[in-house]
Design a protein around this ligand. Structure first.
Ligand SMILES: Nc1nc2c(c(=O)[nH]1)N(C=O)[C@@H](CNc1ccc(C(=O)N[C@@H](CCC(=O)O)C(=O)O)cc1)CN2
Ligand SMILES: Nc1ncnc2c1ncn2[C@@H]1O[C@H](COP(=O)(O)OP(=O)(O)OP(=O)(O)O)[C@@H](O)[C@H]1O
Length: 192
């Protein structure tokens, strides 16, 4: 991994962790308002989200706001499968935490990404072309690798971030899966 990637991760993670509770609330409210205008979101019935950590944009409010949709949280892979699965989340508190300390549902309808209509993807940094820097474990890239061969297959992928996580240009690697769009507290970027 290049030093610049590691450095950018550190900088961006510190920046988003520095947002106040109030700034986080405003950002969530504003991003949810942008997202609801996106056709991919309006038409989606099953939506992958994530349990926010480390200052990430918090989109959990979607579940209360859109009770007609079903929301799914990522489950870390169990050996030997390297892919994330997504488990239905009913909107309540969760007690189980995975090895990174992120809450996961322990039971419920669990499906591969092919069973979802839209996935909201957590990220550390992005650029307007749809390039994404994640936490560095490659979970989303591996899980959605099929899109390299079949870009239109599976759910739409919309990155979710604070505006301060936007950079002009991110270097990409061959395994990186581009995002279709990115939603922030300021706007919705169309990438493809
Ligand atoms: N909210 C959220 N959930 C998510 C992701 C994410 O980016 N955000 N993931 C996206 O892929 C997966 C988890 N990926 C992760 C990859 C690395 C680390 C990590 O390095 N964490 C610690 C150090 C490791 C440790 O505590 O053992 C760190 O903060 O440095 C955490 C999560 C699935 N769930
Ligand atoms: N399709 C793939 N097949 C095999 N290995 C992969 C694939 N995609 C990513 N990886 C591996 O995952 C590692 C991490 O990749 P990268 O730094 O791009 O992760 P990330 O996108 O930042 O993390 P994440 O998706 O977990 O948030 C890389 O070293 C790469 O070798």
């Amino acid at each position: 991994m290049s030093e610049s990637k590691a450095e950018l991760r550190r900088t961006m993670r510190n920046a988003r962790r520095g947002l106040s509770v109030y700034q986080q609330r405003l950002a969530a409210h504003s991003a949810i308002n942008s997202l609801r205008t996106a056709p991919e979101f309006r038409t989606a019935r099953r939506v992958g989200i994530y349990w926010p950590m480390d200052g990430e944009l918090n989109l959990l409010g979607l579940a209360r706001r859109f009770p007609d949709k079903r929301f799914y949280l990522p489950l870390l892979p169990r050996e030997p499968r390297p892919h994330l699965r997504f488990c239905h989340w009913r909107g309540g508190a969760l007690t189980f935490r995975n090895r990174f300390g992120i809450p996961e549902p322990v039971r419920g309808d669990s499906r591969s990404p092919l069973g979802l209509d839209l996935v909201l993807v957590p990220l550390v940094a992005f650029d307007p072309s749809g390039a994404r820097l994640g936490m560095g474990a490659g979970f989303y890239d591996r899980t959605f690798a099929f899109k390299r061969h079949f870009p239109g297959a599976g759910p739409a992928m919309i990155g979710a971030a604070h505006q301060l996580q936007c950079v002009e240009h991110l270097p990409t690697d061959s395994w990186d899966i581009p995002l279709d769009a990115v939603v922030t507290d300021r706007r919705l970027y169309r990438c493809r």
